[in-house]
Design a protein around this ligand. Structure first.
Ligand SMILES: Cc1ncc(COP(=O)(O)O)c(C=O)c1O
Length: 391
């Protein structure tokens, strides 16, 4: 290795930061429990660093021109889609560049589908506490949006949805399967029932399950992300959250039927139809997700989720014991939010902030991922006792 090249202020800054913050990044959905060392050893041992890999094209089409690892992506889709309740012969899947990219595909496909069958422009309905990407993407795709107010736990209020729902225009509904700050889950069945009652010309349901979608699929609540049971049209899940990929990536699933309503977008130089929004996509992230699936298997991932839920309860109990106000939106959530703590501690633990008068003002939260251990929780609680409860 040319050590001189790396002896550089910016490279050194990366090393310092990586070492000093790793343990404490507990305010964001970062899986610090992952370790891709073995994967990088394999990559290095076989000199893959000078091999060009790029997943251009449709991974569902075996005839796609292949510059990368589309066959690995296809294997991942076929392995994971059934866990989300998609049949192998109906699913159309994709490894995206992130959860937001998956939302982009869901909103785009939903809009095209609705416009195609009704010849009318849809309205996008999403909760006011949903991830900002949904609002940004609606703006980008020039779709009218109605933001539905939420209850105090971050769920779309069904009666507010009913008031907003336009019976003359198709409905493109984005459900939050875990809002970013409080972890609220929209009540899909109640909202869908309202759609049936108000009866707009057509409806499409996309689920933004960036964080929760990863772990719920391997939990006792897996029915809540199951297409057959929930009846949604598409779902987006981040790959760098629960699955621990060290670069942004995600999973997106819909059905071939929905894809049939899209512009086929035939690209002769890529030998076929390319329904993806992006052209070049990472060919390395599928390898890392494939490695993770092989290394842990379904049982290993289930164990991780069990441990996460145990630690959610542990954290909540510890906060209750010291009398620090805290809340969990629902039993499926791995987010504990609480009255904001001392600023220095907010910084030490990289805690995200929000303000909600219904909970007395400023708030912080911890996202209990695989790396949030009892040891860190104990340190966090001791810090609150020491710095926030005196006097
Ligand atoms: C509910 C929700 N949706 C979407 C996103 C965006 O996901 P990504 O960072 O993978 O683009 C997040 C990020 O935290 C999120 O919480």
């Amino acid at each position: 290795m040319n050590k001189e090249l790396f002896n550089d202020e910016l490279f050194n800054r990366v090393l310092d930061k990586a070492k000093s913050v790793k343990k404490y990044q507990i305010g964001y959905p970062i899986n610090e429990g992952f370790d891709l060392k073995e994967f990088y050893e394999w990559y290095d041992e076989h000199n893959l660093s000078d091999v060009f890999l790029n997943n251009v094209g449709d991974p569902n089409n075996e005839k796609s021109v292949n510059f990368g690892t589309l066959y690995v992506e296809r294997k991942i889709i076929r392995t994971i889609a059934p866990i989300y309740g998609f049949d192998e012969n109906e699913v159309w899947g994709l490894m995206t560049e992130s959860g937001s990219d998956g939302n982009n595909h869901g909103i785009y496909y939903g809009r095209n589908y609705l416009e195609s069958i009704t010849k009318k422009k849809p309205i996008l309905y999403v909760s006011s506490e949903s991830h900002y990407s949904n609002k940004r993407l609606a703006e980008l795709q020039q779709i009218e949006v109605k933001l539905i107010p939420t209850d105090e736990l971050g769920k779309m209020i069904p009666e507010e949805f009913r008031k907003a729902l336009d019976s003359t225009r198709p409905a493109l509904v984005v459900f939050s399967m875990g809002t970013t700050f409080k972890g609220g889950i929209d009540d899909m069945q109640t909202i869908k029932k309202i759609v049936e009652e108000v009866n707009p010309p057509a409806a499409y349901y996309h689920v933004d399950a960036a964080l929760f979608g990863g772990y719920l699929a391997f939990s006792d609540y897996s029915n809540e992300v199951n297409k057959k049971i929930c009846g949604y049209d598409s779902i987006s899940v981040s790959g760098h959250k629960f699955f621990g990929c060290d670069e942004p990536c995600g999973l997106f699933f819909t059905t071939k039927e929905i894809i049939d309503y899209q512009n086929p977008n035939n690209v002769p130089y890529l030998i076929g139809s390319v329904p993806t929004i992006l052209c070049s996509r990472s060919a390395i992230s599928p390898l890392k997700i494939y490695y993770t699936l092989k290394r842990y298997g379904v049982e290993g991932l289930r164990k991780q989720v069990k441990q996460m839920f145990e630690n959610v309860v542990y954290l909540k109990n510890k906060l209750d014991e010291i009398g620090w106000p805290s809340w969990i939106s629902c039993k499926e959530s791995n987010i504990v939010f609480f009255k904001k703590i001392d600023d220095a501690l907010m910084k030490k633990y990289f805690l995200a902030r929000a303000t909600d008068d219904r909970f007395g003002g400023e708030l912080g939260h911890i996202v209990v991922m695989q790396g949030v251990t009892k040891e860190i929780i104990d340190e966090f609680i001791a810090d609150i006792k020491e710095n926030c409860l005196k006097g």
